[in-house]
Design a protein around this ligand. Structure first.
Ligand SMILES: *Cc1c(COP(=O)(O)O)cnc(C)c1O
Length: 382
């Protein structure tokens, strides 16, 4: 059987498949089984920020596996200790403690539990079009009825208010609210950038009401939006959720929180969380992101890409928006056929909802590759 036939036959069908078998990657390039080359503008939804097959991360993973791959959290470990300090160092001031886990959903689950456990309150307010993952707790914070509907009932206590609308939040927040959870740029929801004035309003109302602010940077973190974290200079989180790009493609998530967030001993644990293998991968990944200043690179390259796209004379484009190398092209019609045509022309892009083409290239993408992406986009969209 072919690769396609094997996966179709033996896997639960939850991914709407693209007709391509990807077998290899290097930098910002991907290769299919026939050796065709593609420019990656998806990064596995924001995972591959440092590009594919980084030799430094490969060495770190290889060496650490031979030393110690797994070390349950009841034991101290040298590599985990180093990563924890590093994560606290690079995240905004006021975030002093880290809980390491394995995915974005898991980080959101932990954040919800920390907020409830620490405040003794039950309610969580999230935003319409927000996306926080698909495990039951994270899914309850996720908005899209397409994802939640088949799996009702959701975890009790969650409600959703319009994004970028402070008045509706003020009406909904109360003395029983444990936390507000928001993305700085809504990713799955269509690459919608939060207004800084909205976030300062959210911060004040949370302070006033004793409510914790959870910022979900699972997709926007680690340089993607042109800053190490998108919340920098925008809003101070009490709890920050991280994952996707954290360990260069090795599964890892983290919750970083204020020191006074009080979680009962054994209140949340994870068998794989903080395993030395992922920690070593994360440390090597952070070395690359910081040394090559990929956050600034994302700002500059994102501008080039966005300016290029904005110069198109295409009747199909409604709006081009985003931050850094997180860019959404909202069309007046369904974007699916355009994403398919991009792939046929050597560009792997994503959707964000029905009408938005989402571009999340590795932050190491070259200027020449960006120009090629612009050229193909122009061809397909004009
Ligand atoms: C992808 C994503 C998640 C879920 O992460 P998983 O690793 O798929 O569980 C949560 N929040 C945001 C903002 C995401 O983009």
């Amino acid at each position: 059987m072919s690769v396609r036939e094997l996966e179709d036959r033996f896997e639960v069908e939850v991914y709407p498949r693209r007709d391509i078998v990807i077998v290899r990657g290097e930098g910002a390039l991907l290769y299919d089984e026939d050796g065709n080359e593609y420019i990656d503008c998806a990064s596995n939804v924001g995972v591959s920020n440092i590009g594919h097959a980084n030799p430094e991360v490969a060495r770190a993973v290889h060496d650490q596996y031979l030393r110690l791959a797994s070390c349950y959290g009841i034991f101290y470990n040298d590599v985990r200790a180093e990563l924890s300090r590093r994560v606290v160092d690079i995240t905004p001031k006021g975030l002093d403690r880290v809980f390491l886990c394995n995915s974005g959903s898991e980080a959101v689950e932990a954040a919800i539990k920390f907020a409830r456990g620490s405040t003794g309150r039950k309610k969580i307010i999230a935003a319409m079009r927000g996306f926080h993952g698909k495990t039951m707790g994270a899914l309850s914070a996720t908005w899209d009825p397409k994802y939640t509907g088949p799996f009702e009932p959701m975890v009790p206590g969650f409600s959703h208010v319009p994004f970028n609308n402070i008045e509706m939040l003020k009406k909904t927040i109360g003395n029983d609210t444990a936390a507000v959870i928001l993305e700085i740029v809504q990713g799955e929801g269509g690459v919608r950038v939060g207004d800084p004035a909205y976030f300062s309003g959210v911060r004040s109302i949370c302070d006033e009401m004793g409510v914790l602010l959870i910022i979900d940077e699972v997709q926007t973190g680690f340089g993607r939006t042109g800053r190490m974290f998108a919340c920098e200079g925008v809003v101070r989180p009490d709890i920050l959720c991280l994952a996707k790009a954290m360990a260069g493609g090795v599964p890892m998530g983290a919750v970083v929180c204020a020191e006074d967030i009080d979680v009962p001993l054994k209140g949340h644990t994870s068998t794989f969380g903080g395993n030395p293998l992922a920690c070593a991968a994360a440390l090597a990944t952070l070395d690359v992101i910081e040394r090559e200043d990929l956050a600034s690179a994302a700002a500059v390259k994102g501008e080039r890409l966005k300016t290029g796209i904005r110069s198109f004379e295409s009747p199909s484009i409604k709006e081009v928006r985003g931050a850094g190398l997180m860019i959404g092209i909202e069309l007046k019609q369904n974007a699916g056929p355009y994403v398919k045509r991009l792939m046929e022309n050597g560009i792997i892009a994503l959707l964000a909802g029905k009408r938005v083409i989402r571009l999340l290239p590795p932050l190491v993408i070259s200027e020449e590759q960006i120009d090629e992406v612009i050229r193909v986009l122009r061809e397909v969209l004009e």
